[in-house]
Design a protein around this ligand. Structure first.
Ligand code: NAD
Ligand code: UFG
Length: 352
């Protein structure tokens, strides 16, 4: 059921297209009639995603296994597939790890983006959708966060996103032909309704939703709730969770808009609604039919009390808004979690 159909930009290259968000965007784009090229080094994804995308859409995307810093391979991919626009998802994204391995984060995210931009310049492709993050707002000075909020970052991951945004603004100022949008994601969660693709982090999850899913699946004992003494209604942290399929539709909506908007823009993709950790726990229990054991532990260093978007600009500019609610976010996560526990997951979707 494609929501957006677009005649512009037939051939689109998705760096990091085999990952969590990129794979959902690929599904929406394929269903809307685009041809997609997934360019990914599989550092945080696996080749099985390709088959699952085909199962969902009936179309097999082109896949190139390579790093975005491999200049020649990237240049060949852009030329050979007559790419007209790029969506740039490739990057390392673990906040905690970025503090341990800052150089890896700058090398992969910033150097990788420079390599991509050089290849795009040579190929004269000047349309780019970039995976930004609410991390560029740092400690919120007011809520909800609109795009005018001052920018800062509290960790190396966030700083790579900020540096990239600044580079993109400089690039756009240097040549008016560029059409660039930095989509600043809030907290993407959930999975495709088939249960075939979703977020499957390696090792112990850092993020709330995959952690809860593994507790309910019996793989982890209990959730640690990081602090219940924040100035929020129930004392636990509040975030703007957004269904990954809504996020994917936001990317599709940005393409026809970009075609008419030269320049470099930032647009929030969030719902505008914040939920606390305990509200997420209750919602997951209700959607899965299983209790979520948890204990309250001290705050996690670097966490803010509340963070949620003003999504008004996305509505005004892209004509997009998030449509899926908390139940869908939890139910699809749970369906995907059960699916990855089944060997038959790659050959069929499972019932709710
Ligand atoms: P992900 O790790 O699932 O996907 C990223 C993909 O990029 C992976 O498949 C990985 O193999 C690939 N990749 C990484 N470095 C690469 C390189 N140098 N060359 C080629 N491929 C490379 O992550 P995701 O959740 O899908 O996130 C996608 C983008 O969205 C990232 O840039 C991330 O920073 C951003 N983002 C994510 C979130 C979130 O909570 N998931 C929030 C805000 C922003
Ligand atoms: N939380 C727990 N227990 C856990 C994990 C998380 O209580 O085991 C709490 C956190 O304290 C926070 C909330 O759940 O209050 C959400 O935490 P996440 O780790 O899921 O997400 P964050 O808001 O910390 O960060 C996410 C991404 C970042 C991105 C940021 C803003 O991980 O990459 O959203 O977009 F920068």
């Amino acid at each position: 059921m494609p929501v957006y159909k677009s005649d512009c930009f037939v051939n689109i290259l998705l760096t990091g297209g085999m990952g969590y968000i990129g794979s959902h965007v690929a599904v929406v784009l394929l269903q809307a009639g685009h041809r997609v090229v997934l360019y990914d080094n599989l550092s945080n994804s696996d080749a099985g995603v390709l088959v699952r995308i085909e199962q969902i859409t009936g179309k097999m995307p082109i896949f190139i296994q390579a790093d975005i810093r491999a200049a020649e391979t990237l240049a060949d991919a852009l030329k050979q597939h007559a790419v007209e626009a790029v969506m740039h998802f490739a990057g390392l994204k673990a906040v905690g790890e970025s503090a341990q391995k800052p150089i890896e984060y700058y090398a992969n995210n910033v150097e990788g983006t420079i390599s991509l931009l050089e290849a795009m310049c040579k190929a004269e492709i000047r349309t780019l959708v970039f995976s930004g993050s609410a991390a560029v707002y740092g400690e919120p000075q007011y809520l909800p966060l609109d795009e005018m909020h001052p920018l800062s970052a509290t960790n190396p991951y966030g700083r790579t996103k900020l540096h990239i945004e600044e580079m993109l603004r400089d690039l756009s100022a240097s040549n008016p032909l560029w059409c660039i949008v930095c989509l600043r994601y809030f907290n993407p969660v959930g999975a495709h309704e088939s249960g075939l693709i979703g977020e499957n982090p390696v090792g112990i999850p850092n993020n709330l939703m995959p952690y809860i899913a593994r507790v309910v699946a019996g793989e982890l004992k209990e959730l640690s709730v990081f602090g219940n003494d924040y100035p929020t209604p129930d004392g636990t942290g509040v975030r703007d969770y957004i269904h990954v399929m809504d996020l994917a539709e936001g990317h599709a909506a940005s393409l026809p808009w970009l075609a008419e908007h030269p320049g470099c823009y930032a647009i929030n993709l969030g719902t505008g609604q914040g939920y606390s950790v305990l509200e997420m726990v209750a919602a997951f229990a209700s959607a899965s039919g299983h209790a979520v054991p948890f204990q309250i532990v001290p705050r996690r260093t670097g966490d803010v009390a509340a963070c949620y978007a003003n999504p008004g600009k996305a509505g005004r500019e892209l004509g997009w808004r998030a449509r899926r609610g908390l139940f869908d976010m939890c139910a699809s996560t749970w369906k995907f979690q059960r699916c990855i526990g089944l060997e038959s997951c790659t050959s069929r979707a499972i019932s709710p």
